[in-house]
Design a protein around this ligand. Structure first.
Ligand code: NAG
Ligand code: NAG
Ligand code: NAG
Ligand code: NAG
Length: 251
């Protein structure tokens, strides 16, 4: 009877713990357009036109569920309104594999004392077979601990597609439900932006916590690690701890 109670209470408390814990963000592919060594800067727009987008991203430690106080950077890169990436303009336009030296819409920021970075950029466009997205990497002491992608709501994307210069993008649209990267864990990167002021033309701003394990190494290549194998490993210990405490209390 006592043990049944211990097991039931452990199960309930464990369920509460899992629900309240921050979940480690799954690794998703870095894709073919990553370039190392990009500038450290908050404004990555350069001469690109589009709706202003302000991103506030906070690095959270999955092992403690609190803001990561150490030496972290967040790096982002994304395509322009026409679906073209700097450094890979030819490849983005299906015109071969030549690379260029452009750096627009790429940058790295060190986290501030609240573990935040802020990027000023433009809302990205899209290209065939991919939903609109922003790539990111989190580095800790220079080591890449996480590779992810950020996504937006399909309905929001459809409204933006009607506004210049996005309205000139003739690439095929891919809905989230058909995007293979989104399906591999993209929901953790969903952004829910608000307008900077009263209308969409003022631009958008969004915030997100990036939950990473500071001691892991990003898989970052074309074979992403599944989210299940990236869950924090403290649960087994937690379960045993709760059971011991309850057994004492009920003795
Ligand atoms: C850190 O950056 C965030 C987002 O830009 C900002 O709200 C916050 O005030 C900054 N904190 C410090 C201590 O500078
Ligand atoms: C922080 O990490 C960077 C690499 O991203 C490294 O160059 C720098 O020395 C580190 N700073 C400290 C204070 O550890
Ligand atoms: C996207 O936005 C539409 C309209 O606001 C809403 O109905 C839908 O549930 C949203 N989808 C997601 C995945 O949040
Ligand atoms: C967001 C996401 O991809 N979640 C998946 C994590 O892994 C479990 C187990 O493989 C899936 O059921 C989830 O759909």
């Amino acid at each position: 009877m006592k043990y049944t109670l211990v097991f039931s209470l452990t199960f309930i408390l464990q369920a509460c713990y899992v629900l309240s814990a921050c979940t480690l963000h799954p690794e998703v592919t870095e894709g073919p357009y990553y370039v190392a060594g990009m500038p450290v800067r908050g404004d990555i727009t350069e001469d690109k036109t589009g709706l202003p987008l302000i991103l506030n991203l906070r690095v959270v430690d999955s092992t403690t569920c609190s803001a990561y106080a150490g030496n972290a950077t967040v790096e982002i890169w994304h395509c322009d309104a026409a679906g073209v990436y700097s450094h890979y303009e030819a490849a983005s336009k299906n015109q071969g594999t030549a690379t260029d030296t452009k750096t627009y819409l790429r940058g790295i920021q060190y986290t501030n004392s609240s573990a935040y970075v802020t990027f000023n950029t433009i809302f990205p466009g899209w290209y065939t077979s991919r939903d609109t997205h922003i790539h990111l990497k989190v580095h800790i002491n220079g080591k890449n601990v996480h590779t992810g992608q950020l996504f937006f709501n399909d309905t929001l994307e459809a409204s933006i597609a009607k506004i210049a210069p996005y309205s000139s993008n003739t690439n095929q649209v891919t809905l989230q439900s058909n995007d293979n990267v989104y399906k591999s864990g993209g929901s953790y990167g969903m952004l829910y932006p608000s307008y900077i002021s009263s209308t969409i033309s003022s631009g958008l701003t969004a915030s997100l916590d990036l939950v990473v394990n500071p001691s892991s190494t990003s898989s970052s290549g074309s074979s992403p690690v599944t989210n299940a194998s990236y869950r924090p490993s403290s649960n087994a210990f937690h379960t045993i701890f709760i059971m011991i405490v309850l057994a004492f209390l009920l003795m």
